[in-house]
Design a protein around this ligand. Structure first.
Ligand code: URA
Length: 247
């Protein structure tokens, strides 16, 4: 299908679904065979992402390339509607070449389950693709060198919502020095995606009292993914706090 035809189909479908919603329909039922027959509509993001991985896997743009075991590109569904962005690989991630596989990753899997996602439903990646020695904070030069890789991934995946994990990733993506407390709990705009910030799973392991606000954030991200949040006016952020349940 040509791109112009595809975007026409997407527009018409979006209009049809909005009309159904206005008429009070809460659910629609899709035939499994129909979904399978449409799955070829976005094959480019999967093959483009793996091609992109092959292009950058031997990256030498910053000194982290000399201390890494593996470049940690990202994992999950290349056509995901939700992308999670963490800070940088730790020891386990560096060894296995996959983001969030250590203790913080186990907790992240539970968080995803709590909002009805499997790891394979979303796409998970980091601001930095290589581990900073001793898990120190990323340096500005490392971020500058690596950030275009993440932006390219986001451009290919085009998620409805980006869930940002932790202060470092939030400050980089939102180009701000604001505290995490000020950035979480609301919807930001990032290009054509909505962006929600929450605490890093490692912070939740250190301080379980943060689980409650984190639960609010991930529920907010899920509602945005489900198209259940109001559109933001212009570039305004929408602040929303809703009831929570323990993760
Ligand atoms: N912390 C991160 O920010 N990313 C990972 O992949 C693992 C731990």
């Amino acid at each position: 299908m040509r791109e112009s035809n595809l975007s026409e189909v997407v527009d018409l479908t979006q209009r049809y679904l909005s009309q159904l919603k206005e008429l009070g329909e809460e659910e629609i039922f899709l035939n499994r065979d129909l979904i399978a027959s449409l799955s070829h509509l976005r094959p480019e993001s999967a093959s483009d992402l793996s091609k992109f991985y092959r292009q950058i896997k031997d990256c030498q743009l910053c000194p982290l390339s000399r201390t890494r075991t593996n470049l940690v590109f990202g994992v999950g569904n290349p056509a995901a509607g939700m992308v999670l962005v963490g800070e940088a690989p730790g020891r386990d991630e560096d060894l296995q070449g996959e983001p969030f596989v250590g203790r913080a990753g186990q907790l992240l899997n539970k968080i995803l389950k709590a909002i009805d996602f499997e790891r394979a439903d979303v796409y998970i990646c980091n601001i930095l693709k290589c581990r900073p020695p001793g898990n120190r904070d990323p340096l500005p030069d490392e971020i500058e060198a690596c950030k275009p890789y993440l932006l390219r991934q986001l451009e290919m995946i085009k998620p409805q919502v980006i869930l940002v994990l932790g202060r470092v990733a939030a400050q980089v993506l939102l180009k701000t020095s604001s505290d995490l407390g000020k950035l979480r709990g609301r919807i930001h705009l990032f290009g054509n995606s909505k962006l929600v910030v929450t605490y890093h799973p490692a912070a939740l392991l250190r301080n379980p009292r943060l689980k409650r606000p984190a639960w609010e954030d991930v529920q907010l991200a899920r509602r945005v993914y489900d198209g259940m949040e109001p559109e933001g006016a212009d570039d305004e952020e929408i602040s929303l706090f809703r009831p929570h349940k323990n993760i």
